[in-house]
Design a protein around this ligand. Structure first.
Ligand SMILES: C[S@@+](CC[C@H](N)C(=O)[O-])C[C@H]1O[C@@H](n2cnc3c(N)ncnc32)[C@H](O)[C@@H]1O
Length: 335
C-alpha cells in the first residue's frame, strides 16, 4: 500500500516536470517539413505557448508567408509567469494574434492581450480562440494530455501535437488511433532531439546536457508527434520480408487469443492472415490500407495477452489486409 502511494507521487512529480518541457525549434522544423501543404489560408493556434518564448510561435511567425497562413494565435497559461517567464499582467493569461501585416514587428513588441482568467486551454477565453482556429500545433502539458486531445476532437480541430509515447496506451487515445481519427506523426523517440527545461529542473543522467548557448536540455527517447493532418508516411507500404509458413516456431500463439506474437515490426510475416500481436511502435509504420488494428492489449479472458503465462509489454492486435498465399498452398511456384 505504502509503496503504491510512493510510486503514485513519483509519477505525479514526473508528470509535472514534463509539463515544463519546451520544444526546440529544430524539432519543430524537422516535423513541420512534412505538412507544409496543410496550412494555406488557415488560422494556427498554439494554445499552450507563451508567444514571447515559444518556438512554435517563432516557427509559424517566421514561416507565415511561406505556409500561406491566414492568422497565427498563441496563448499562455498564467503559471508560465511563475517559472520561465516574467510578464506583466500577472495573474492573467494572455495571447498574441497576428496576421501578415504584423510580420515586420519584432516578436518582443507584438502586443499581448490579457485574458480575464488564467489562460487554461479549457477556459472560455481560450476556447473562443480555439473556435476561430483551424489547426492547433503545440506541445501541451503532458499531465492533461487526454483532456487536451478530447477537446480537440470535440471541437473538430486539425492538430499536430507532441506527447509521450505512453499516451498511445491510454484507452481513449488508442481508440482514436484504431478508428483512424488520429495517427502518429513522422518523428518519435530519438527522432525528437530534446526539450529545453527550466532552471530548477534537476539535471541528471545521460539524457541531460547544457547546450552551446547555455540552455538546459533533456533528451528523453519517449516522445512522439500525434496528428490528424494527412502525412505521406502514413501511406507508405511496410515492406514485409518474413514468412510464417514453415517458420511457425518463431511465431508463438497467445494463450488467451487466437493470434501469433511478433516482437519486432520488421518480423511481421507476409503470409499470415489471422491476428498478429505487435509492439506499440508498430503504429509508427501503420498504413490503414495495409493493416487493420483489431484490438489492444487484452485477450479473450480480459487479461493482458500472454504467451506461456508471460505477458510481453503492451501488444496491439492487427491483421494484414493483403496476406500473400502461404507457400504450401502455392505448391510448385516455390519449389
Ligand atoms: C510541455 S510545456 C510546452 C510549452 C510549449 N508549448 C512548447 O512546446 O515549448 C506545456 C506548457 O503548457 C502550459 N500549461 C500547463 N497547464 C496548462 C493549461 N491548463 N492550459 C494551458 N497551458 C497549460 C505550461 O505552463 C507549459 O508552458
Amino acid at each position: 500500500m505504502a509503496r503504491q502511494a510512493t510510486n503514485g507521487n513519483l509519477h505525479k512529480a514526473k508528470g509535472a516536470k514534463s509539463d515544463e518541457f519546451y520544444t526546440l525549434l529544430e524539432d519543430i522544423h524537422r516535423e513541420l517539413a512534412y505538412y507544409k501543404n496543410n496550412f494555406r489560408g488557415k488560422t494556427v493556434y498554439c494554445n499552450c505557448d507563451n508567444p514571447r518564448e515559444s518556438n512554435f510561435f517563432r516557427y509559424f511567425f517566421s514561416n507565415f508567408k511561406q505556409l500561406g497562413l491566414e492568422k497565427l494565435i498563441a496563448s499562455y497559461y498564467v503559471n508560465d509567469t511563475s517559472n520561465l517567464f516574467n510578464l506583466e499582467g500577472a495573474g492573467h493569461g494572455g495571447y498574441i494574434e497576428c496576421s501578415e501585416d504584423d510580420l515586420e514587428i519584432p516578436i518582443s513588441e507584438l502586443p499581448i492581450k490579457f485574458f480575464n482568467g488564467d489562460g487554461d486551454f479549457r477556459s472560455q477565453d481560450s476556447v473562443s480562440l480555439l473556435e476561430r482556429a483551424d489547426i492547433v500545433v503545440t506541445n501541451p502539458p503532458f499531465s492533461l494530455f487526454r483532456e487536451f486531445v478530447s477537446q480537440l476532437i470535440r471541437y473538430e480541430k486539425k492538430f499536430l501535437i507532441i506527447g509521450n509515447i505512453n499516451a498511445i496506451t491510454y484507452k481513449d487515445i488508442f481508440h482514436l488511433i484504431q478508428t483512424n481519427q488520429i495517427w502518429l506523426g513522422v518523428h518519435l523517440g530519438r527522432g525528437i532531439s530534446g526539450f529545453k527545461v527550466p532552471e530548477h529542473y534537476e539535471m541528471y543522467g545521460t539524457e541531460t546536457h547544457i547546450s552551446a548557448n547555455g540552455d538546459r536540455i533533456i533528451s528523453p527517447n519517449n516522445c512522439l508527434w500525434l496528428t490528424n493532418l494527412d502525412v505521406q508516411t502514413r501511406h507508405n507500404i511496410l515492406e514485409l520480408t518474413k514468412i510464417y509458413d514453415g517458420n511457425e516456431n518463431q511465431y508463438p500463439k497467445f494463450d488467451n487469443f487466437d493470434g501469433i506474437n511478433v516482437n519486432r515490426t520488421q518480423d511481421i510475416p507476409m503470409d499470415y492472415a489471422g491476428a498478429i500481436g505487435v509492439p506499440i511502435t508498430f503504429l509508427h509504420k501503420y498504413n490503414p490500407s495495409q493493416f487493420d488494428i483489431i484490438r489492444f492489449r487484452k485477450g479473450d479472458d480480459g487479461k493482458d495477452l500472454a504467451i506461456n503465462g508471460k505477458c510481453p509489454y503492451f501488444r496491439i492486435l492487427i491483421k494484414n489486409k493483403w496476406p500473400i498465399k502461404a507457400k504450401s498452398s502455392l505448391g510448385s511456384l516455390f519449389a
